[in-house]
Unconditional design. Structure first.
Length: 258
């Protein structure tokens, strides 16, 4: 009986365990050089396909990253521009202060301004939620606010609930309160992309993943799953921000060498 009591106590104490990974990358390559490097395989104009022409048009873009800069912040949730949480705002302010005056400033892109500008330029409402149109809306909104670059980030989560061996407690009323019988696993994925507002040049990406587990009694596992997913999403964003900061530091250094 004593051992059973200890086991129950350990299960109840067990709550949040988080592990994950994070990474970032940067780009400052020349489009003109990229195209010229392939001049030896240049296809005659008459034989070029529409894809060949598109590839050249897309690749010819040049980086023009300069600091200090006005950098827009855009958080995407469920395919829409959404407000930043107080925790996120505080974290971005801290990054700005640590980067120094030569870095510039973070400025949230207004979802209202982005929607207003986008709607005035777009009459086709059928594709509003497509990734292409979302990025178009972001760039148009950032342009109206006269921002140089825009950092777009999105966080998603997946949650799975699994029965434990103790799920026999589901058959009793008292047992349901005493023995957690569900294991909730949720994984948060956050991705960030820094774009040039004027040209669409992608300067860098950052990612972060965070896994969280929690033990729950059967009768409230749905609420626990939602709460755990919400908490893990926020924790994943907070974990993403240092990766973005490292990305920005590399870009600042590379911009001095161009």
């Amino acid at each position: 009986m004593k051992n059973r009591t200890i086991l129950i106590g350990l299960l109840i104490i067990l709550s949040l365990v988080s592990i994950g990974c994070q990474s970032h990358s940067v780009q400052m390559t020349s489009g003109k050089k990229y195209i010229s490097d392939y001049s030896h395989v240049e296809v005659k104009e008459a034989n070029k396909t529409s894809t060949d022409k598109e590839v050249k048009l897309v690749a010819e873009i040049e980086p023009s990253l300069r600091f200090p800069a006005r950098i827009g912040l855009v958080k995407i949730y469920n395919g829409k521009i959404t407000n930043l949480s107080p925790e996120e705002v505080e974290s971005w302010i801290k990054v700005k202060e640590e980067m120094g005056e030569k870095f510039g400033d973070f400025i949230p892109v207004s979802s209202m301004i982005a929607e207003m500008v986008y709607s005035s330029q777009n009459r086709n409402t059928k594709r509003h939620g497509s990734p292409v149109e979302i990025f178009r809306k972001v760039r148009l909104g950032a342009a109206r606010q006269h921002l140089d670059y825009v950092l777009v980030y999105e966080v998603l989560s997946s949650t799975k609930t699994t029965k434990l061996a103790s799920s026999i407690a589901n058959w009793t009323i008292i047992g349901g309160y005493l023995i957690p019988s569900r294991q909730i696993k949720t994984t948060g994925h956050a991705n960030a992309l820094l774009l040039d507002v004027r040209t669409g040049y992608p300067y860098g990406t950052a990612t972060a993943t965070l896994n969280a587990n929690e033990i729950s009694a059967w009768f409230n596992n749905r609420d626990k799953a939602r709460n755990l997913a919400d908490k893990n999403q926020m924790s994943t964003v907070i974990k993403l921000i240092p990766e973005v900061q490292q990305m920005m530091k590399k870009l600042m250094q590379n911009s001095k060498q161009v």
